[in-house]
Ligand binder design. Structure first.
Ligand SMILES: Cc1cc2nc3c(=O)[nH]c(=O)nc-3n(C[C@H](O)[C@H](O)[C@H](O)COP(=O)(O)OP(=O)(O)OC[C@H]3O[C@@H](n4cnc5c(N)ncnc54)[C@H](O)[C@@H]3O)c2cc1C
Length: 292
């Protein structure tokens, strides 16, 4: 049973920030409730004040411009991202990811901001967004700040959001020329969170011979979505072939720091990191060769 709490509904960012200040001793923000309500029902979280931002329309948008890239309001639901022609055109991997995130019902309620703010290392959007060099915008009554998403995740279910702060926007830069991002999760039940997931971004040189830049981000393989930086370095400046990809997968597995739980052992997760990294990096390489 859910405990008693004060319910407060905001309709603007300004009103939300005022409520966060007023309730600062004990509050939780709720948007789609797809993650928070589970914790509240289990009694793991019991805030005195629940601040509902679902009606803050100014936080629900998808904007793209060819200079600055993509901006997604934090209260945008997964389903809108999945259905966006703009995102499909410029960041297709996000659309594919959304199609495999939970059920349509959950995607119709759950938001991109709620997903990131929940701080679950098994969340699907985090690895792709970090591989795409995303930043996040946060606002409080005192200030607005922008942080690389990579630095937003602090520990399991812990983010850089401070008391009184609201996550307002997710920003993706224009991908460099000859760049592609690929993603895959391994899950036992379709459209459930991955046992392990991997996102890889690869930029190749003009002649499509060597890898110019690479980002490898592991999901559910550490307390946070984790960049496998040594594995990335193995790709940069090199001509990619099957042997190199296998070594990169092995290195990513060594860099991962997974736990054993009811879903999988640490050993199995490391094995998955190795095979998925090899596979996803190959896919990103092939897509980059075909990219503009
Ligand atoms: C059946 C089921 C299956 C799922 N499968 C997947 C899956 O396959 N992959 C996946 O990634 N996720 C999955 N999820 C998780 C869920 O879809 C996401 O985490 C969802 O996007 C959360 O968004 P929300 O708006 O519902 O967040 P809420 O539940 O409302 O909030 C989540 C957390 O974020 C905070 N918060 C919300 N918005 C903000 C904000 N703007 N600023 C600051 N803090 C904020 C809240 O205080 C809370 O701590 C699943 C969930 C369910 C119920």
């Amino acid at each position: 049973m859910i405990h008693n709490f004060n319910y407060r509904r905001a309709t603007s960012v300004e009103e939300t920030l005022g409520l966060l200040e007023k309730c600062k001793e004990d509050y939780k923000i709720i948007c789609g409730g797809q993650s928070l309500l589970i914790l509240m029902r289990q009694g793991l979280v019991a805030p005195e004040n629940l601040i509902d931002i679902k009606s803050v329309k100014e936080m629900s948008y998808i904007d793209y411009d060819p200079k600055n890239g993509l901006k997604i309001g934090a209260a945008t639901i997964h389903r809108e991202i999945e259905k966006s022609p703009l995102i499909k055109k410029y960041y297709p991997v996000l659309v594919e990811m959304e199609k495999n995130l939970a059920s349509v019902q959950t995607r119709n309620w759950g938001t991109i901001g709620g997903n990131l703010a929940h701080g679950d290392p098994a969340g699907d959007p985090g690895p792709i967004l970090i591989a795409s060099n995303a930043t996040v915008k946060m606002a409080s009554l005192e200030r607005e700040r922008i942080l690389p998403l990579e630095d937003f995740f602090i520990d399991i279910f812990e983010t850089a959001l401070e008391e009184g702060e609201l996550l307002t926007e997710i920003q993706l830069p224009i991908l460099p020329k000859k760049t592609a991002v690929a993603y895959e999760k391994f899950s036992i039940i379709k459209n459930q969170q991955g046992i392990v997931s991997v996102a890889v971004s690869i930029t190749i040189d003009e002649d499509a011979v060597k890898c110019k830049d690479a980002r490898i981000v592991l999901g559910a393989a550490a307390a946070i979505p984790l960049r496998a930086k040594e594995a990335e370095q193995m790709l940069i400046g090199k001509k990619i072939d099957t042997k190199l990809l296998a070594s990169v997968g092995k290195k990513a597995s060594e860099e991962s720091d997974p736990v054993s739980d009811i879903h999988a052992t640490e050993t199995y997760r490391r094995f998955l990191v190795k095979t998925l990294t090899t596979k996803v990096a190959k896919k990103a390489w092939e897509l980059a060769k075909a990219a503009n």
